[in-house]
Design a protein. Structure first.
Length: 550
């Protein structure tokens, strides 16, 4: 341009300011008491053109010389309409009196210097970060999903302020904490905190929280508790296989707690075909008692599985439900052996349920601890489920001798005295269909001996011996002779049983041989035998023979 010298360049820039100073901090009134989460307002002033954005916090214990930096992760700053709020997380600090120093930073990155030994604080406070004590009492009653419950809470009212918050979660399902109840006035918590147990849950863990005047939060936690279902399906709960057009007595149980407020309680029994089929109503009635049932004539066979559902409502609100395992409904068909396939399928189900009972029985026996009433009830339920299926298999086809025999053995293991008549009948039916069943013959002989039907027992055992000469058969035959008063014949058979071996109980055999010698008048022989065989004779039988040898 004209008027400028060649080789020179000039321009005009916008005006700008230089800000090299950090903001200053002032606090009109620092609280004298602080909790683990400490917040207060400050004034941040920047004489330059930048805006204050954050602060660093430093603490010095009363009487100390040096300042300690509060980690940045435990310091935050919020601003609203020119007012700055500083929040400090001091939960991990010791409870002391502290001097506080703040160093501010502006938007240009200017940072105030850290405090020195002689730096003045913006104020002093006493730290109280101890959470109030919150304790939960052990519930006096079981909790039922979908129903009200009460929890006893222990707190120190002088160290707590409302609200008191009760939360729950289902740990098995990885659910988050859910608020179940809030008590604003702690006086109302003296008689317990009332809440509704979430429906559909099987387990509940509870947490109760309360705060003190400093905002410190105390927690009490109750470990996860199993929840009872408001309604339980007792029949066909484990599934199985059933005969088309057969009658089934469907029974269910309601928790007594559900009937404490019986208004508008409604029970529904439904079934469906297939996993995605619609639920079809079988029964709908007012819920008035803990036990109820309905006789269902099963529908025709289907290729799809069936399921049952029993539900409890209060008005239109579902309280709880129980859905059975899947089950099949089939028509009649026979195997090559002439046994209905349906009967064999039900028997297979019974075998599985019997195994579940035996496994649980063994588990409880090995523990060595007293069996609680709930465990005894569980065992009885497992046994009855297997017995019911065996009964079903036999009722479907009396030619299913395996089911008949298995049922006799199960009943003998569960309660031989109470089931004596039924066991006898089942063994007789087994042998009517399968005369060569040696195990059934031996069991029948043993049952007849227990019932003191000794002539029948002798006949059954001699028939078994004609089929196969075994030590166990000889042992049982010897028992019949002994109890009939023929000690000589009994002794010979016991000796033959020992010679045969096998499953013969050796100690008992020697016990009975000594007994037979006594009965025959051979006291010296009996004493000599007992002296030689005492170590193999069971202890509980030794006193018996010793009494006879006096």
């Amino acid at each position: 341009d004209e008027g400028t010298e060649a080789g020179s360049l000039s321009f005009e820039s916008p005006l700008f300011g230089i800000d090299a100073s950090a903001p200053t901090v002032a606090c009109k009134e620092l609280p004298q008491l602080a909790g683990g989460h400490f917040s207060f307002e400050v004034q941040l002033t920047d004489e330059g053109c930048a805006d204050p954005v954050s602060v660093q916090a430093f603490l010095r214990a009363e009487g100390g010389e040096f300042w300690n930096n509060v980690p940045p992760s435990r310091v935050s700053t919020e601003s609203s309409e020119g007012v700055f709020t500083v929040k400090l997380d001091l939960q991990e600090n010791a409870e002391k009196k502290f001097d506080l120093y703040l160093a501010a930073t502006d938007s240009l990155g200017n940072v105030a210097a850290a405090p020195g030994v002689g730096s003045e604080s913006i104020g002093m406070f006493q730290l109280d970060n101890s959470a109030p004590l919150v304790a939960i009492g052990d519930p006096a009653a079981d909790w039922v999903a979908g129903l009200p419950a009460t929890l006893q809470i222990q707190i120190d009212p002088s160290d707590c302020e409302g609200p008191l918050v009760l939360e729950g979660r289902a740990p098995q399902e990885n659910k988050e904490w859910t608020e179940l109840a809030t008590v604003d006035d702690l006086a109302f918590a003296e008689d317990g905190v009332h809440f509704n147990v979430p429906r559909g849950w099987t387990e509940l863990e509870v947490r109760v929280s309360a705060s003190d005047a400093m905002g410190n939060v105390g927690h009490g936690i109750l470990s996860p508790r199993r929840l009872k279902s408001a309604v339980r399906l007792d029949t066909m709960a484990r599934g199985g296989v059933f005969q088309a057009f057969d009658k089934q007595e469907i029974s269910w149980t309601l928790q007594e707690a559900a009937l404490e407020a019986p208004e508008n309680l409604l029970m529904k029994l439904e079934y469906r075909v297939g996993d995605s089929g619609a639920w079809e109503l079988l029964r709908e009635e007012a819920a008035t008692s803990t036990q109820a049932s309905y006789e269902w004539v099963l529908p025709d066979a289907s290729d799809d599985d069936f399921a049952l559902r029993v539900s409890l409502y209060r008005g239109a609100d579902l309280i709880g439900e129980d859905i059975s395992g899947s089950f099949r409904i089939e028509g009649f068909a026979k195997t090559e052996d002439g046994v209905l396939k349906e009967s064999l399928i039900v028997m297979d189900s019974a075998v599985e349920k019997e195994k579940a009972w035996r496994d649980r029985y063994q588990e409880l026996s090995l523990s060595g601890a007293p069996v609680e009433a709930s465990a005894q009830e569980e065992l009885a339920g497992l046994a009855q489920a297997a017995i019911s299926d065996y009964d079903k298999a036999v009722s479907l086809d009396s030619k299913n001798s395996e089911a008949t025999f298995r049922l006799s053995m199960l009943l003998n293991d569960v309660d031989p005295e109470a089931n004596s008549d039924k066991i006898l009948s089942l063994l007789e039916k087994t042998l009517a269909e399968d005369p060569a069943n040696m195990s059934a013959q031996m069991n029948l002989g043993a049952v007849l001996i227990q019932r003191n039907e000794l002539d029948r027992a002798q006949g059954v055992i001699e028939k078994a011996l004609a089929q196969e000469d075994t030590g166990q058969a000889r042992f049982n035959l010897a028992l019949t002779f002994l109890f009939k008063g023929d000690a000589g014949a009994a002794r010979l058979e016991f000796e033959r049983a020992l010679a045969k071996g096998g499953d013969v109980p050796e100690g008992l055999a020697w016990f009975y041989i000594a007994w037979a010698h006594v009965e025959e008048g051979n006291i010296d022989t009996a004493r000599d035998l007992y002296a030689r065989k005492k170590n193999v004779i069971p202890e509980e039988f030794q006193s018996i023979i010793e009494e006879k040898l006096k």
